[in-house]
Design a protein around this ligand. Sequence first.
Ligand SMILES: Nc1ncnc2c1ncn2[C@@H]1O[C@H](COP(=O)(O)OP(=O)(O)OP(=O)(O)O)[C@@H](O)[C@H]1O
Ligand SMILES: [Mg+2]
Length: 280
Amino acid sequence: MTLIVAGVDGSVSALAAVEYAAADAARRNAALRIVHVRERWTGLMPTRLTEIEHSYGQEVLVTAERLARAREPGIETATDSATGDVVTWLKEEADKADAIVIGSRGMGGFAGLLLGSVGQGLAGHVPGPVVVVREPALVTYGRILVGYDGTEEADVALDFAFAEAGRRGAGLKVVFSWQPPPFSSVGTMYDNLIHTVYEERTTYVEERFTAQRERWPEVPADYAHVYGHPVNLLCGESATADLAVVGSRGLNPFGALALGSVGHGLLHHARCPVAVVTAA
Ligand SMILES: Nc1ncnc2c1ncn2[C@@H]1O[C@H](COP(=O)(O)OP(=O)(O)OP(=O)(O)O)[C@@H](O)[C@H]1O
Ligand SMILES: [Mg+2]
């Protein structure tokens, strides 16, 4: 059975993640597993504190499950708690799940922090999609946004975005953005050449998109190549999207999964939930 995992820590952001995960589970006919990890820490009177910590954790799970059931009464839900390092545990959970959903922020961090350590530790570091939610969705736009640059990894992100749009009856907005190389300011005599490279690249990406697109004929999709930085463009577009999808960088030369600058930028600045998809 398809499984969606949501990580909770008692924060508002985590509850927004639970709402997202419940809706996702309902759309996919999946089960929802809500997980709370108790971080080890030492302090005075460990026994009394352990009790309090335990009941806090239970309360966090009960509240989250209640919310999920209220939102989607039809889904199967379960809760689980563990003790240890949050990212390590959630990575294990993610390995067994079809997607993991977390909040952008949690109970810790400092005012002004845009993405907590859990999002940083998971996005691009697990094989399945990681969805990071900032706040509950109050409006539905019927639009999924995806950054596409014609790479193999972007194909995986595009595929996920098409599947999401299909499940939601939404349309897809596909954006390829391009900016001139840094040397173009000193090499103006090469303007024509740079332009030719640009034309070649955009033609290639659009053709590749068109080929992929044929596999999802029922999903309305709008493709645009735009001049500018992908993070600025995608973040701007994200204000009217239900989800933004990007590929992580995939396997880096050292064999570790990692996150590229577009995923990194979106996770910090997007105005809708962000799914980071890895071509593992
Ligand atoms: N103990 C936990 N158990 C399960 N999920 C957690 C736990 N802590 C955080 N999460 C998940 O990760 C999301 C982001 O929290 P995170 O801890 O990364 O941010 P933070 O608390 O603001 O900053 P910090 O990185 O300093 O802890 C939460 O909304 C929640 O979904
Ligand atoms: Mg935290």
